[in-house]
Design a protein around this ligand. Structure first.
Ligand SMILES: Cc1cc2nc3c(=O)[nH]c(=O)nc-3n(C[C@H](O)[C@H](O)[C@H](O)COP(=O)(O)OP(=O)(O)OC[C@H]3O[C@@H](n4cnc5c(N)ncnc54)[C@H](O)[C@@H]3O)c2cc1C
Length: 470
């Protein structure tokens, strides 16, 4: 609840044009890409600089007003749903690339910069920022950092965390701190940079980030391996890695996903096969040629029925775009799309794919699976309808079984989408009570009044662990 006095204080900081408590304005920011968690904020505020962020946070801390920092709202864990009301903080004015430093190979940005804009700006200078979530056309760097997002190039190049060198953060007290910086080596004190990466807006507000760049790889090649057997595709993934080849991209799509994606993108993808692997390698011409040949051989040995190398960059780009559009394509099937990201060690991919299919059958639900197979990160996705309560209940049970199976195989409940509200009841399955207590101690120390994105990451109660019997 924001009183007239506090409202006036916010307006004095950002100007009336950047404060919105109209019903329509609040409605727009009451939901994100996650189905079923809609909740109205009390107001939406768009600060123009770090000082304004700090001034707003000081008031919120004093008045105990929840703050939900929001990039583009594409997270899939209800991380930006204002489930406890309060203000939504937008970074639409803080969206500048501040510096591309070619001597230190860094780029410094404000949190509202769109990921693809950053990638293209550095590529224009022959530099490379590898983290490329499929949502990169709309996602922001602030969101990427707070979810520690991955992408198609994660297998070889790592995830967002591996590129964050320094941060400017507004703490819950309103204090502004700087962590890390442009230094390649810096062990002065605790690694606070890493602490804030993946913290889902619950520890502080990121107002600036310095990110690592690397030189653009000389060349790259793309191929598609087709399979009539899901497990053969999954086995190819672990065999490629076991042969000490780390491709840039090693993505998996099952037949139901392929069929939907093809009807969305219309580029002639095969729809009669059970699974495909999208494989890419980059680097020097010699290394790329050698690795592509070896991976094609491995795929054939693992019973791929066909292995086709893209002949042109346009063809390769079409394949990448098709993979990136998997979620959007699946979202056309039914009113509600629930996408998960259970992750297992790469060696367990085949077992996990099989388990997902068995679980879908057990609960009589449709689950299409695609994902970053090389990272062990699968996206079992269920087209459903929240109005069909009976089906929704079965879908929830199926996903519970999937999380339990992932953990049983040595995996985790989320590889890149974060915990938010959605996965909070399962976090203890992964961390144990002691792990949760350690994290809560950090949260309590940095945000004693629990104003920073409250209700996220920590659940009021943990789901009873299911026993997967298969
Ligand atoms: C079609 C589609 C494809 C996707 N593909 C991928 C993928 O390949 N890989 C992947 O990892 N994810 C993927 N995602 C999930 C999502 O896009 C990522 O999590 C992305 O990083 C979110 O960015 P955003 O700007 O939308 O952030 P939001 O969704 O707005 O916010 C994400 C989190 O960051 C916090 N936050 C945002 N800005 C700040 C800030 N400045 N300071 C503090 N906290 C902040 C929010 O409170 C929230 O907890 C996909 C989502 C969609 C819809």
């Amino acid at each position: 609840m924001i009183t007239e006095r506090v409202k006036q204080q916010f307006i004095d900081i950002v100007g009336a044009e950047n404060y919105d408590d109209s019903k329509a304005g609040r409605l727009v920011y009451s939901y994100d890409a996650t189905p079923n968690f809609q909740s109205l904020p009390d107001a939406v505020i768009a600060p123009r600089n770090t000082k304004e962020v700090s001034d707003i946070v000081k008031i919120c801390n004093e008045e105990r007003i929840p703050i939900v920092p929001r990039g583009s709202g594409t997270n899939l864990c209800a991380g930006t749903c204002p489930t406890e009301g309060g203000i939504v903080l937008l970074f639409k004015h803080m969206n500048r690339i501040l510096e591309i430093d070619e001597e230190n190979l860094t780029v410094t940005v404000q949190p509202g910069v769109i990921t693809l804009d950053l990638i293209q700006a550095v590529e224009a200078k022959g530099l490379f920022y590898p983290p490329d979530p499929s949502s990169m056309k709309i996602s922001t760097i602030g969101g990427n950092i707070n979810e520690n997002s991955g992408g198609l190039r994660g297998l070889k190049y790592g995830v967002t965390r591996d590129y964050v060198m320094g941060l400017e953060v507004v703490l819950a007290s309103g204090d502004i701190i700087r962590t890390g910086g442009k230094l390649a080596k810096d062990v002065a004190g605790y690694d606070l940079t890493r602490l804030f990466v993946g913290s889902e807006g619950t520890l502080g507000i990121i107002t600036e980030a310095t990110l690592k760049l690397i030189p653009m790889p000389e060349t790259k090649q793309t191929m598609l391996a087709l399979y009539e057997d899901l497990e053969a595709a999954a086995r190819s993934v672990s065999t490629i890695i076991a042969n000490k080849i780390i491709p840039t991209t090693l993505e998996f799509l099952d037949q139901p996903t392929l069929q939907v994606v093809e009807s969305f993108v219309n580029i002639g993808l095969p729809t009669d096969v059970k699974a495909v692997l999208l494989i890419e390698q980059d680097g020097s011409k010699e290394v790329v040629a050698r690795d592509m040949e070896a991976m094609a051989r491995i795929c054939r040995e693992q019973r791929a029925i066909s292995v086709q190398v893209a002949k042109t960059e346009e063809e390769a780009n079409n394949l990448r775009t098709a993979r990136r559009s998997a979620l959007s394509a699946l979202a056309r099937l039914k009113p509600t799309t629930i996408l998960e990201d259970a992750t297992v060690p790469r060696s367990q991919i085949a077992n996990m794919v099989k388990a997902i299919n068995d679980i879908a059958q057990k609960y009589n639900v449709t689950i299409c699976t695609f994902g970053h197979a090389g990272d062990g990160n699968l996206h079992p996705t269920c087209p459903t309808d929240v109005r069909d309560k009976d089906e929704l209940h079965r879908v929830e049970q199926a996903f519970e079984d999937i999380f339990a199976k992932a953990i049983e195989l040595g995996g985790t409940i989320t590889g890149e989408h974060g915990v938010g509200v959605m996965k909070a009841p399962y976090l203890e399955w992964k961390l144990g009570k002691e792990g949760i207590a350690a994290m809560k101690a950090i949260k309590q120390a940095l945000d004693p009044n629990n104003i920073m994105n409250p209700g996220k990451v920590f659940a009021k109660s943990t789901r009873k662990r299911v026993v997967v019997t298969r």
